[in-house]
Design a protein around this ligand. Structure first.
Ligand code: SAM
Ligand code: SF4
Length: 329
């Protein structure tokens, strides 16, 4: 699949549920309304769409959410999708998770063919963790991370930099990642969805964070790229990678290789735009995949050139009205 700007689309991110066992401050409102279950694709339907994308040349799939590992029977989907990795049709199946269920699933994920995980963690302070996630327990996540490491999974920690919340801790988390053998990626808050809060107050530009980190660490530039929004450095003292995702301060669209599927079967061709294509109707309209394939081709044909995120300080309105948990980030 090649989009109108000549970019090959080889990476599909799939939000398998909009539900979550946490309510992170920057992601969700406390009283979130979730989608009615009837609108959500079944696990079989999700597998069918993913497989159609793999047949069209997608080499990498990431399951996200909401919290992917709280969806009932999600392991059956993961086992079925893992087959594409085992038979060489796909390079990688990965998951972005909050880590709460990892102690339970780590070994099975490895059996299914998962090799790497992104685990979101914004603080190592149990009180602060509870304040940020509202419902989460740090010790459960740490136990999950230890189980995942013991199972042999490669782990990258995703940390959202939030002004006045974890900015003093980032150097300490980087040190901890070094000790644990984890890579780390820092993320700027993005203006997505109404979270009933003052978004502009949370925004911490990563160039400031990087400047502060450079006092404690030697950050060697690296040309490692994934086609995504992160820029990477190598932390000389730990040997691990540190990524910076700065959608607000840099444009990263020229190398974009990805599209995003929601759990209701809507395909977003850009994280920062509202345009989408409905794949659920063609999926449900027939048992064969002709209609689905045609809808995918049509959608890729209108993948936009780029996004336009801005946090509007006057109105505090999000640039994109859907929550991150809809498209999974
Ligand atoms: N529940 C899983 C997790 O937390 O890793 C997967 C879904 S979560 C929406 C994916 C990532 O998006 C997490 O790393 C989270 O911190 C990040 N995220 C959520 N809302 C965000 C926002 N408004 N700005 C930047 N990152 C956000
Ligand atoms: Fe849940 Fe992940 Fe959003 Fe936190 S960031 S509320 S864990 S979906």
């Amino acid at each position: 699949m090649i989009d109108p700007f000549g970019r090959p689309v080889t990476y599909l991110r799939v939000s398998v549920t909009d539900r979550c066992d946490f309510r992170c401050q920057y992601c969700m409102a406390e009283d979130m309304t979730f989608l009615p279950k009837s609108e959500v694709l079944s696990l079989e339907e999700l597998e069918r769409v993913c497989t159609a994308f793999v047949r069209k040349g997608v080499r990498k799939l990431r399951l996200t959410g909401g919290e992917p590992l709280v969806r009932r029977n999600v392991m059956s989907l993961i086992h079925n999708l893992g087959r594409h990795v085992k038979n060489g049709d796909m390079d990688e199946l990965t998951i972005t998770t909050n880590g709460s269920q990892l102690a339970r699933f780590a070994d099975e994920l490895v059996e299914a063919g998962v090799r790497r995980l992104n685990v979101s963690l914004d603080t190592l302070d149990a009180g602060k963790f509870h304040a940020i996630t509202r419902w989460g327990k740090l010790d459960k996540v740490i136990a999950g991370l230890e189980a995942a490491r013991a199972a042999g999974l490669d782990i990258k920690i995703n940390t959202v930099a939030v002004k006045g919340v974890n900015e003093d801790e980032i150097s300490g988390i980087l040190a901890w990642c070094g000790d644990m053998g984890f890579d780390m990626t820092l993320i700027e808050t993005m203006p997505m969805g109404d979270i009933g809060d003052h978004r502009a107050d949370q925004y911490l530009p990563l160039d400031q964070v990087r400047e502060r980190l450079a006092r404690d660490w030697t950050l060697d530039d690296s040309d490692f790229r994934t086609g995504g929004p992160a820029r990477y450095v190598r932390v000389r003292e730990t040997g691990k990678r540190l990524g910076f995702i700065t959608p607000m301060t840099h444009n990263f669209c020229e190398s974009c290789n990805r599209v995003r599927l929601t759990c209701t079967g809507q395909l977003y061709m850009c994280l920062g735009q509202d345009d989408m294509a409905d794949l659920r109707a063609p999926l449900r309209a027939s048992e064969g995949d002709d209609l689905l394939n045609a809808a995918i081709d049509e959608a890729i044909g209108r993948k936009p050139k780029g996004h336009d995120f801005v946090i509007d300080r006057d109105t505090n309105a999000p640039a994109v009205t859907r929550h991150m948990s809809v498209t999974g980030g």
